[in-house]
Design a protein around this ligand. Structure first.
Ligand SMILES: CC(C)(COP(=O)(O)OP(=O)(O)OC[C@H]1O[C@@H](n2cnc3c(N)ncnc32)[C@H](O)[C@@H]1OP(=O)(O)O)[C@@H](O)C(=O)NCCC(=O)NCCS
Length: 157
């Protein structure tokens, strides 16, 4: 799968929105490379897919498929939050960026992030934000992000 021809990869690997058939192309297995993600039944997947689809452009999950393998090899999502501050401004929250371990280093992560960032900009967001581990800081900096503030969390489970 490795291919150092970046313009070739640009043509070969297009970003598109998640489709319901992507479950059978390894979408859940890809998310398992990011975080704990139990198996999801077809019914559960379809229900969640419909729920998210009803949010339209306010919640977008995008993917890159390797057409030769029929496999989803990169994904990420953005959720658009509507606020009162900043003249009823909007903020894009980027989440769940992951590239298949066999396809890293091909600029696919950057491509996914660019797609999500551009989506948020086109929908009128004044900024996009995300959380990441220290080891991925350099990746996001290469994609034009900068560190600001700190993350706080409280888990319920
Ligand atoms: C982090 C991740 C998404 C990067 O995806 P990728 O497709 O391999 O990255 P890209 O090829 O698009 O890299 C873009 C640039 O960032 C650099 N880069 C990639 N990962 C980096 C890292 N961890 N630290 C510093 N720089 C990094 C690349 O060298 C490249 O630099 P260049 O433009 O000068 O060539 C991928 O490694 C991954 O899926 N990791 C596991 C899941 C994860 O941690 N996701 C992030 C959740 S916050």
């Amino acid at each position: 799968m490795q291919n150092n021809n970046s313009s070739g990869n640009d043509q070969k690997f297009q970003v598109r929105k998640l489709e319901v058939s992507d479950k059978s192309k390894g979408f859940i297995e890809l998310l398992q490379q990011l975080s704990e993600c139990d198996s999801v039944s077809d019914k559960e997947f379809e229900e969640r897919f419909q729920e998210l689809s009803s949010l339209g452009d306010d919640h977008v999950i995008c993917v890159i498929e390797d057409d030769q393998l029929g496999k989803i090899i990169a994904t990420g999502s953005v959720f658009i939050e509507k606020k009162f501050i900043r003249n009823c401004g909007k903020v894009g929250h980027i989440e769940d960026i992951v590239v298949d371990s066999n396809a890293r280093g091909l600029q696919l992560g950057k491509k996914i992030l660019g797609f999500l960032t551009e989506h948020a900009r086109s929908k009128g967001c004044y900024k996009v934000i995300l959380d990441c581990s220290a080891e991925n800081k350099g990746f996001y900096e290469k994609c034009g992000f900068k560190q600001k503030e700190i993350q706080m969390v409280k888990y319920f489970i």
